[in-house]
Design a protein around this ligand. Structure first.
Ligand SMILES: NC(=O)c1ccc[n+]([C@@H]2O[C@H](COP(=O)([O-])OP(=O)(O)OC[C@H]3O[C@@H](n4cnc5c(N)ncnc54)[C@H](OP(=O)(O)O)[C@@H]3O)[C@@H](O)[C@H]2O)c1
Length: 313
């Protein structure tokens, strides 16, 4: 099968011919129709998890994917051959990932795909969608809460904006010129252009009493610390990139944490249901063939891609 993989950490990802994987107990083999690109993909290729998980090379890249189950291992109960599924396929210890024509997944890492959308749309959802859902859930975002989303136009931000607004929160999201209308159409009450001046100053000028919740999807420790100025006393500040320092948060009388995603098949089913009901919009800014996956990863590495990039087979 064709796959995009690396032969060592830090190597340039390459299109290569690899043997089709076989499903073991509790696993399914999926013929993928599409894969979604996430920043974690190039981070894993760079060796982000090398001290915590064993990796097998060549390491096929990519977590998110969608396609049809073509074989099941022993003991698989939830899924059958012919099922349309979407979910997460990155398994460093087995060298498996979703940038491939076939991939094996633990049956608990995938769920039935939405029927109303294409595989490309489903493949854009697993990592960013479950992250956004868990962020909104864990920070108890809801009616009467004012939320600042930094990185509003990225993969996670587009879903977080919709899910927070859908729960009745007043969402302020960052968007550069030309993308503000998109986020407003997805439910943001206001947008702040992060390219014209400090976001914290702009938010505090319009809302001197601050926000209840900060979801920072972008800033390192210094930028995150600066952004916490926008959070009212007793509010919540969360980083998805490990930038939250417990001591700093306590000093400013804020609650907060470094977010770690916990996906589940139940959560994927909820998101599939929302896609089918037309309550969740997926913004695909780029759809590329498998041979262009290395270039797509380089795009993600810049931190300036909008919405989701999808690889179609
Ligand atoms: N901890 C976890 O479990 C977990 C889970 C999922 C994701 N993550 C991490 O969370 C981060 C976000 O993920 P993602 O998929 O949303 O990434 P992404 O799609 O690459 O995000 C790109 C977006 O960030 C915006 N952006 C970049 N710099 C900005 C700035 N200074 N201010 C405001 N917006 C800025 C870009 O807008 P412009 O181009 O206009 O600047 C672009 O829209 C990644 O680092 C990812 O690895 C962590």
């Amino acid at each position: 099968m064709r796959a995009v993989a690396v032969t060592a950490f830090g190597e340039q990802p390459q299109l290569m011919e690899l043997p089709e994987p076989e499903p073991g107990p509790g696993e399914v083999l999926v013929r993928l129709s599409a894969a979604g690109v996430n920043p974690i993909d190039w981070k894993i290729a760079d060796g982000l998890l090398k001290d915590t998980v064993r990796h097998s090379f060549p390491l096929v890249l990519g977590s998110d994917g969608a396609g049809e189950v073509v074989a099941v291992g022993t003991g698989v109960r939830r899924l059958s051959v012919g099922d349309a599924v979407f979910g997460q396929f990155q398994r460093p210890e087995r060298g498996g990932g979703s940038y491939a024509e076939f991939a094996v997944a633990d049956e608990r890492a995938v769920a039935g795909a939405a029927r109303a959308v294409t595989y490309a749309t489903s493949a854009a959802v697993p990592t960013a969608g479950t992250t956004a859902y868990n962020l909104v859930e864990e920070t108890r975002i809801g009616e009467g809460k004012r939320v600042l989303i930094v990185g509003g136009t990225g993969g996670v931000g587009v879903f977080a904006t919709q899910l927070a607004a859908g729960r009745g929160a007043e969402v302020i999201a960052t968007a550069r010129q030309g993308l503000a209308d998109l986020l407003t159409s997805l439910g943001a009450a206001e947008t702040v252009d992060h390219t014209v001046g400090p976001v914290a100053d702009q938010v505090l000028a319009a809302h001197p009493d601050g926000v209840d919740v900060l979801l920072d999807l972008v800033g390192g420790p210094v930028a995150f610390g600066e952004m916490t100025r926008t959070v009212r006393d007793g509010g919540t500040a969360v980083s998805t990139v490990g930038a939250a320092d417990a001591d700093v948060l306590t000093e400013h009388n804020l609650r907060g944490f470094n977010f770690h995603n916990r996906p589940s098949p139940q959560l994927l089913e909820i998101l599939a249901g929302q896609l089918d009901a037309g309550r969740l919009t997926v913004i695909i800014s780029d759809e590329v063939p498998l041979e262009d996956a290395p270039e797509a990863l380089e795009g993600s590495r810049t931190g300036h891609t909008q919405g989701k990039t999808v690889i179609s087979f």
